[in-house]
Design a binder for this molecule. Structure first.
Ligand code: MG
Length: 373
């Protein structure tokens, strides 16, 4: 029987690659719904090719060839076996919760869902018996390594180090948008690429890992590994380390997440050859240069609304950087200021999370206005 899947954000980087995976596995998957934001032209081309029953885009009247449905309706549709949440930003959170409440498994590519509301999402998934399979390559690697979570002592998350790994603080401070977007290993959307340049992406991944695997922050380590061959690792109580290796390609974690617990050939990456790779380097992150990583650990350990603040301040500042309005280091300085001013609230509801998120975004914009002035 074919697995029935919907893709939220099918025109984005992860969504497009997911459809490339499904191209190779047409006998395994049936697409129930595709959703897009503003790229309705590409969505219509995807509808023509993949024949989903339903679709959503911001301009819903422009959809051709599929019945228009809201994202909430798509996520409540129990026809779905799995929903790939491939939208970026906070818009991923509510639909993910709706799908979980309807008992639908989640392939999760949206970091914000866990960074903003991991304390709500993970217990709910457990209560509903829903699998949340990470698409993020590091978490996908850890998911593949773990046999028995209770025996795991440590998670070791690898970081490529981004485009500024070998640059000085001064060079990084004055980086152009193009330099920040020139990621050496991974081809991703613009926001996440900037986050990878500051290592905020790694910080968000630490928070994500904390929720996904219910692991204390003290037991989550980050190691810089420029080749991006070891996608992450775990250490067991006896000191044994299990790592997952592969050539850097997002197709593989996407395919794993939507196929789990099965494994298909599908888009098989080029056969892995140790001797061709020849060497793997590892080093401690430069905590001074990449202050974002520290801020993420601090926010994670503080818990409650602190990670909502971290995420909202960072996202607003990244957008301003991408608009050419502020410098790269202003992003992290803004996050640090916002975190230091934030009075943390615990046990918050979803509505409170969105309120805090809004408030932090407004305050971050005001702060950055004064930086520019
Ligand atoms: Mg990642």
């Amino acid at each position: 029987m074919k697995r029935k899947i919907s893709i939220l954000g099918s025109t984005g980087s992860i969504g497009r690659q997911a459809l490339e995976v499904i191209d190779k596995l047409q006998d395994k998957f049936e697409i129930i719904a595709l959703t897009a934001g503003s790229n309705v032209d590409l969505l219509n081309k995807q509808i023509e090719k993949y024949h989903p029953k339903y679709a959503y885009a911001k301009e819903i009247n422009l959809i051709n060839g599929a019945a228009p449905l809201s994202i909430e309706e798509i996520c409540s549709n129990k026809e779905n076996d799995i929903i790939l949440v491939a939208v970026s930003g906070k818009i991923g959170l509510k639909p993910t919760i709706t799908a979980i409440k309807n008992g639908i498994n989640i392939a999760l590519a949206n970091k914000e869902t866990l960074v903003m509301a991991g304390d709500i999402v993970m217990p709910l998934a457990q209560e509903m018996g829903v699998n949340i399979i990470p698409v993020d390559s590091e978490h996908c690697a850890i998911h593949q390594c773990i046999k028995n979570i209770s025996q795991v002592e440590k998670l070791i998350i690898t970081a490529s180090g981004g485009p500024f790994l070998k640059k000085t603080v001064e060079e990084m401070k004055n980086a152009t948008i193009e330099q920040a977007l020139a990621h050496p290993r991974w081809n991703m959307g613009r926001k996440i690429t900037v986050d990878s340049a500051t290592l905020m992406n790694k910080g968000l991944e630490v928070i994500e890992a904390h929720h996904l695997f219910n692991m204390d922050y003290d037991k989550i380590k980050v190691v810089v590994h420029p080749q991006s061959i070891v996608h992450s690792a775990i250490e067991y109580a006896d000191g044994s380390v299990i790592a997952q290796l592969g050539l850097p390609s997002m197709h593989i974690p996407i395919q794993y997440a939507i196929s789990y617990p099965e494994r298909f050939e599908g888009i098989k990456s080029k056969s892995f050859c140790f001797s061709e790779i020849a060497r793997l380097d590892f080093e401690e992150p430069d905590w001074k240069k990449f202050k974002a990583l520290n801020l993420a650990y601090e926010a994670g350990k503080a818990g409650g609304s602190a990670t909502v603040c971290l995420n909202a301040a960072n996202e607003e500042a990244v957008f301003e950087f991408l608009d050419g309005k502020i410098k790269l280091f202003d992003i992290i300085n803004a996050v640090e200021t916002m975190l230091s001013k934030h009075s943390i609230r615990k046990n918050i509801s979803l509505d409170e999370i969105f309120d805090i998120d809004n408030e932090i975004r407004i305050k971050t914009k005001e702060l950055l206005n004064s930086v520019r002035a």
